[in-house]
Design a protein around this ligand. Structure first.
Ligand code: ADP
Ligand code: MN
Length: 171
């Protein structure tokens, strides 16, 4: 089972997926690191200080890396809804997200761009368009551990075929 953890930068994807690394049930792929390490991009956008990923290369590489030894492979990235059919979209309220992004070395423009994207539900809308199953988790208030538990519940629920119940609770 391939699950994408997606969401605007700063919503908590890397923090929460790191917690799954210790669990032998889960393989975790931190996709943004992989894209940079293996140069899976077609362009470097110096103005916006980011790379433009080559999604064909990225998709094929994830399939190659996916190890059937693990029942579940988790992909951590704001691009993961481009490659997984099941995704969890992390969400954060504007005030909190601004706080988190300003702690990074992000430029004023980059902070604004990401706040806008979150306010306009850009990633959620893309996920709903492209993916088979989409769940939402709000990381504004609770601790990382709480989000970890919620993701675990979604995964276990999916494996039991409780999709309908999950969709009521996490949408
Ligand atoms: P992303 O990978 O989505 O860009 P990060 O995990 O790098 O986000 O950063 C998110 C920040 O928000 C971290 O400092 C993390 O500790 C904090 N945070 C607070 N609450 C949560 C939560 N419930 N889930 C995930 N991260 C959280
Ligand atoms: Mn991250």
């Amino acid at each position: 089972m391939l699950i994408g953890i997606t969401g605007t930068p700063g919503t908590g994807k890397t923090s929460v997926t790191k917690l799954f690394e210790k669990d032998p049930f889960y393989q975790v792929i931190h996709l943004n690191e992989l894209i940079k390490e293996e140069k899976l991009y077609s362009e470097v956008d110096t103005e916006r200080d980011c790379v433009v990923a080559d999604m064909d290369l990225v998709y094929n590489r994830v399939l190659e890396l996916q190890d059937s030894f693990y029942p579940v492979t988790i992909v951590d990235s704001h691009l993961s809804h481009h490659i997984a059919d099941i995704v969890i979209v992390l969400r954060t309220s504007p005030v909190k997200l601004k706080e988190r992004l300003e702690k990074r070395k992000y430029s004023v423009d980059k902070v604004r761009e990401n706040l806008e994207a979150e306010a306009l539900d850009i990633i959620l809308a893309e996920a709903v368009d492209w993916c088979e199953k989409v769940f939402e988790l709000d990381t504004t208030a609770g601790a990382v551990e709480g989000t970890f538990k919620d993701i675990e519940r979604i995964v276990k629920g999916l494996r039991n075929g409780d999709t309908e119940e999950l969709e009521k609770e996490f949408r």
